[in-house]
Ligand binder design. Sequence first.
Ligand SMILES: [Zn+2]
Ligand SMILES: [Zn+2]
Length: 721
Amino acid sequence: FFFAANMSVKVVGDPDGQVEIIPLGSGQEVGRSCVVVRYKGKSVMFDCGVHPAHNGFDSLPYFDDVDPESIDLLLVTHYHLDHCGATPYFVQHTKFKGQVYMTHPTKALFNMVMHDFMRVGVAGTTVLFTETDLHSTMAKIETIDYHQEMSHKGIKFKCYNAGHVLGAAMFMAEIAGIRVLYTGDYSRYPDRHLMGAETPDVSPDVLIVESTYGIAEHEKREDRENRFLGWVDKIVKRGGRCLIPVFALGRAQELLLILDEHWEKHPELQQIPVYYASSLAKRCMMIFQTYINMMNDRIRRQHAYENPFHFKWIKSLDSLEYFEDAGPSVVLASPGMLQPGVSRDLFERWCTDQKSGCIFAGYSVEGTLAKQVCVQRPNEIVRQDGKSVPLAMSIEEISFSAHSDFAQTRDFIDVTEVNNVVLVHGDHNNVRKLKDRLTEEFKHKKLQVYTPKNTDTVRIKFVHENIVKVMGKVANEYPRPNQVLKGILVSKDFQHTIVDPEDIGTYTNLQLGAVRNTIIVPLNRDYSLRQILLHLHKYFLSFSSQDIVVENDEVEVVAKEITAASETAAQGQQPQHFIVIHLSPEVQLSIERPADGTTTIREVSVTWTTSKYADLIADATVVALLHLYAPPRTQVAAEIEDDVFRIKCMHQMLTQYFTGVHLDMASPTFTFMYMGEKVKIMAPLMVECSNADVKHKVSNILRRIFLTLYPLPIADEGCCC
Ligand SMILES: [Zn+2]
Ligand SMILES: [Zn+2]
């Protein structure tokens, strides 16, 4: 219902006020992040990643569970494969036609990472996309700055620094006043080169948040660094090789900064080489240097007098071919979870040596060798060539990944004042524990915590108010309570305006238009104007003297005969050689006066402006004109035929208003359902229906149809039923 408030009216109690959240990946798992949010017919996809423990199609999110064509917007949070890896596939190989957004550094690094991903593709698995696909995808990706306000198809969106890696963003999307914040991977603590995640300036209605670490809490940064450096020292000092598997970008840069500083402070370590085996990282360093302004104060200050990513004690290693593996060393190598690649090769080479050690510094996903080694601590491992070898090297695990922990997530929920939280990007156990703890912590405000599995839909109901602006004439008078406003409701991108039809051009982007139709009916025999008018008169008794424009005496006589009217109206502006007859305000007949001086008419044109009523009259007129073709009939036969014809016409016309109209020709009766009620019409005008309201509506429509079909004038007070 409507009520007035400052020339805005609110429509309360929206029936489809339900937000749907569907994880196509990262639902109770870490990997292939991809969450679809739907509301009011709009769809946003957050992230489009692959699962690091799977290959080919198995690594993709469950795209089949949504119609890709219905996704308006894809917002990618950062360049890690589990968040962006499926983007080229989704953009190039599905029916997705929406827009894709990333921050500038994410787009630049995405390109590098995806090239690398393509290059190291596992042999024997499906190639998800080609070089050409990637190229086309890059062309379609739009960029967005932190805090830049954008909108697409009525969806407003904005992103904030997520702290996780360079360029990582949290996205806030707003559809029809409902805000959803998707964190992606985030960290609220600053580290050596990145700022911590920001707190959005507005409170979201729904928070979709990572739960990678469940209820675990990170140790303090200094403690963590000391522990890490202690292990490195111990391994190299006992003469071993120290392997640190890392993802090529992100955390690796942080560890390099830590190691470089440590080596600088400890001359006794300086003869031990530190290598960074990633050609990808080397190429990406340029990008890191370009975006130093997006990093924290510490690194920006340092940048003022030296390049912080130009390391003094760390050498880059393009390939293992050039690696002189003699004596103790420290090697950072990707991939981070010992998937096939340099880190895996070195791990297999060194794992039998007791003096050596491997330090896992990031998060390991279920199904990878890194996870297996960390959790099970097996005595032997199976190499890529299928041979089993003993695992003798020391294994250490430390979390340097810039993910949120329990304390950060709890505080974030607190400061954002959100009431609905959806947990993703966490394995089953972590998600469950986090849900329990959060529900307990926030029981005072009845925090709703959802933990959907992949393809499960979370539905959250919102009762929200639609504000409708009243503009122009309709707003001339200050509305009274319970006043019914009349006008046209124009809705665009969830903005609603009520205007008078005349004000449409002034207050909206719409313009009023009319559709003019003309049908030319050729006549197969020679008719005089008089014959034509007499024929039409059988069908349209209602055209009166005012409706006939008379051009000369001859027609005036005809018109008088037909209508028995004493006066006629003249309309001088019509061209002399046309006779124009108005059958209704919108429908007119134009009859060309024969040029050869005879009285023979060869064709008649029917012209009308489209409206439901005018269309009916025009149709009936054309039908009536076509009846001129019919051969002469006996009076009785003609009447029967006319009746059958009219009933069929009536059936035709009824089907334009109602669906499923059944005609029983024998009675004759029409039956159909209208507004949930059974309606029966006994031709021509008897309406039967148990609901008086429905009966009234049907009768009104019927009266209009009848008017166009039967030559009898209808009593003004309504139909006879
Ligand atoms: Zn990440
Ligand atoms: Zn992630």
